[in-house]
Design a binder for this molecule. Structure first.
Ligand SMILES: [Zn+2]
Ligand SMILES: [Zn+2]
Length: 357
């Protein structure tokens, strides 16, 4: 990555300098273009390098305020519904109908995030047909974590500036590049970042996304898929298999609301836990780590250091025991011809003993 260390005391605060030295990461020189093909910032060395605002970040933007409102709706629906779900589980009989729905929507949410949001739209790890692109877009939106288009732009920013000022959900910096550590850093990376008063500059990280008809369609119709995933489909499952309104309501609370909260927190552990705890197989630019527990819970995304080292790969495992269930699904789709040109990690790469630090 073309980057240079900013002279201490010139554009860094003392705290930034101390943190940079501690985590031993270079600062990005300043505004530049994002090269989506290579996940790189192409720096423009000019006076703007002196800017305090990290590259590609818009402070106090109307977009950030709009996103806060949107996240507030998601958060209220999911959390109030989860409280009701807990009360329901304690006071009402629940069984195969509700919990099979929870398991089913848990898996579709993980695939929606891992395969659709992340590996396909985020990194182009494989190619597929237009109908499949729409199907993946619906799957992505059904995770209930917001617009796929915004997600991809945010994710490009995360890869371009991993664990440096400008990364939107690092445990080491807030969205404006202010150093964080400890519990505050963890909380910011887990969920707090979503309520930062700044947003991703789409002129830099959104390049090409606005021309993608499927992503724009997904963005425009995202509320339809959110309510389908949160209420309509769980209710249909509950009523269809249980035959009573009690089953319908119980399934909405457990497999709609509570499933969305559980999966959101597991997915968010990629930003927090997987940048703090685990082993590093590769010398990637950030502090990303492979975490076995997260990988098992989230169907393969937790091999996060492998991913940062090979972001374009459809598989995240470097050795056989790094189980990546999402890749098994991609491989299955490839075998039946629904996806093709699947990119994979170089064979044998990083197959040595994992390094703890
Ligand atoms: Zn990461
Ligand atoms: Zn990624």
């Amino acid at each position: 990555m073309a980057s240079k260390t900013v002279k201490p005391g010139k554009t860094e605060t003392v705290a930034q300098q101390e943190l940079r030295e501690r985590v031993d990461l270079p600062l990005v020189p300043g505004p530049g273009d994002y090269d989506a093909e290579r996940d790189l910032i192409l720096p423009k060395a000019h006076a703007e390098a002196e800017e305090k605002v990290p590259m590609g970040v818009i402070p106090n933007s109307p977009q950030a305020k709009a996103e806060h409102k949107e996240f507030l709706v998601y958060t209220s629906f999911k959390n109030l519904g989860t409280l009701a779900a807990i009360a329901w589980i304690i006071t009402q009989p629940t069984g195969a109908v509700e919990w099979s729905a929870f398991a089913f929507f848990y898996v579709t949410t993980m695939l929606g995030h891992n395969m659709a949001h992340h590996r396909y739209f985020g990194h182009g790890a494989f190619k597929t047909s237009t109908p499949m692109r729409y199907a993946l877009a619906i799957l992505a939106q059904s995770c209930g974590i917001g617009s796929a288009l915004t997600w991809v732009a945010n994710h490009r920013r995360h890869h371009a500036l991993t664990d440096r000022p400008g990364d939107l959900h690092s445990p080491f910096f807030d969205g404006m590049g202010k150093p964080l550590q400890g519990r505050k850093g963890f909380a910011h990376a887990q969920l707090g970042w979503a309520f930062d008063d700044c947003s991703t500059d789409m002129a830099i990280y959104g390049k090409g996304l606005q021309d993608d008809k499927v992503l724009v369609w997904a963005h425009k119709t995202r509320w339809v898929w959110f309510w389908m995933s949160g209420i309509v489909l769980p209710a249909a499952w509950g009523y269809g298999f249980g035959g009573t309104w009690q089953h319908a309501l119980g399934t909405v609370l457990i497999a709609g609301c509570m499933r969305m909260v559980v999966t959101l927190h597991i997915i968010s552990m990629l930003n927090s836990v997987c940048h703090l705890k685990g082993y590093r197989r590769y010398d990637s630019p950030g502090k990303d780590r492979n975490n076995v527990i997260v990988a098992l819970l989230d169907m393969g995304e937790g091999w996060h250091n492998n991913h940062h080292a090979h972001p374009r790969s459809a598989n995240n495992s470097a050795v056989w025991w790094e189980i990546d269930m999402t890749y098994w699904v991609i491989r299955g789709l490839e075998m039946v011809g629904l996806v093709w040109d699947v990119k994979r990690m170089p064979k044998g790469d990083g197959a040595g003993a994992p390094r703890l630090f």
